[in-house]
Design a protein. Sequence first.
Length: 572
Amino acid sequence: MRILLVEDDADDAAFLRACLAQAGGRTVDLTRIDTIAAATEALAQGQFDVVLLDLHLPDATGSECVERIQQAQPEVPIVVLSGQGDEDYAIEILNRGVQDYLVKWEGGGRIILRSIRYAIERKRSEIKLNYLARYDSLTGIPNRQYLCDQLERAVTRAQRARKKVGLLFLDLDRFKSVNDTLGHQLGDRLLCAVVERLKASIRAGDLLARLGGDEFAVLLEDVAGPLEVEAVARALLACFTEPFDVGPRQLSVTASIGVTLYPVDTQDPLALLNNADIAMYQAKESGRNTFRFFTQSMQEEILRYHRVESDLKKAIADGQFRLVYQPQFGLHDRRVHAVEALIRWNHPERGLLWPDEFIAVAEESGYIVPIGLWTLEEVCRQLKEWERLRLPLPRVAVNVAAIHFHQPAFRRQVQQTLLRYGIDPSLIELELTERSLMEDTDAVQTCLRGLKETGVRLAIDDFGTGYSCLSYLRRFPIDVLKIDRSFVSDLDSNGDDQAICGTILSIAQQLGLDSVAEGIETEGQLEYLTRHGCRYGQGFLFSPPLEAHEVAELLRRHPPPVSLREADAQTA
Ligand code: C2E
Ligand code: MG
Ligand code: MG
């Protein structure tokens, strides 16, 4: 029996050692240590059957001693050594998960040994009870109680990390009839076989639990969105395509799954289980062997996403995209200085689609990269076309998606496209979102410098909505800030928005950057922005996005200044 004695008093230790040697002889292997710090280290290194623990140590006293031992080795039994007269305290400490106590200098070796053996036995049954309370006895996987504890913890962690938690509720279809016709024994074997397959299909960090009967749950942490959970649901359903070997026969069974997401479906962690349960019943109602999300809206979003994704594949090849151009006017000279290229999708069945219906899907699926290349190419082709018509050329702003901008090939693609069409790079302004700049600032800085060297202008789109950090702004070679239209839209009435616009404009001035206000709709907004030094404006007050031939007409009527560079220099 390996005993760890944690005792700083040499006399007390010597007495115990003598008693144990006399009663246990060679069967007792006693290691003495005199601080809690050294004890936790010893526990981390070696296996001990029991800890004899004094509660007055140089580096800890009282219940802290117990807690630190339990933290270091939760499964080791503890026998507390109390001084004479300290017994009340010793009994109180028994309630904190200590298995027994001994009063120092009392009783002989036999009594001490008996107490130690009793403590070891008691700890063993505690561990077993604890296990039974948290694990399912048939399949050995965690049970409902365990799942609920973990769910609460996962939700707390997700709140902090701004991540999502996914919960899937799985119920076997018509399991009752298996039990009724083939008997409980085969039913149990089927459940175990199902668990083996489910275990193999989930990822290492995911938690599979049995909630009771034929009900299971899978808890997913660190989830980005519904698609990831959907993939898990599909993998779980795929476990049921092959029949299960159950004793002498093979059994086929399917499952229905309900899916829910925190914090999308609910803010309440315990309601999650309930929501997943409800969704599971919806899956059963829609014919079994399938999964359903808890909310209708999420269900529809997933369907819509898949439809858009598969249509996008064809859209690029079939030339279903086109660009419209929204002019940007100089607030000082009311001339057209630039246009922003905005994409439109002529969907063969659904008609004209706006970016908010497909850009997010294109970004998540990666199709935004070929779309971005097409846009750049189309802008260059259009500039050449306007040039052929002998029109004074405006600068063209092109939106760039974050994932495209972060690709190493991006800079080369920009450079080569401009070269191929013979476009003056200063005519192109790339609009990057604030979010894509704030991710990995060192890499972003290199990327921006590279782009800058090609001669294009760089703008931050939707400025003010992201996580602007002024010190980064100063380091980035940016030319333009575009004030997000959400700040512009309430300028007439909202004092906060006035303050934000005013601040952005003064930042732009101090950093020597151009400013463009998006979404100007009223004279009042225009007046405020002009008064506060905004240089360019874009919005329905001036013009909606136009077709290329309408832009041509506009360029004839309000030509950009002869040289954009000259005009910039004049008003700077
Ligand atoms: P954005 O870059 O902020 O573009 C400005 C959006 O504001 C455009 O919406 C434009 O039509 C709209 N807008 C302009 N003036 C006004 C106004 O006075 N009032 C209001 N309420 N809205 C106005 P659109 O065309 O629907 O584009 C939406 C977003 O889609 C764009 O926001 C941009 O982020 C993205 N997008 C558009 N085209 C492309 C593209 O070719 N590539 C990429 N990656 N994203 C694009
Ligand atoms: Mg834009
Ligand atoms: Mg914008």
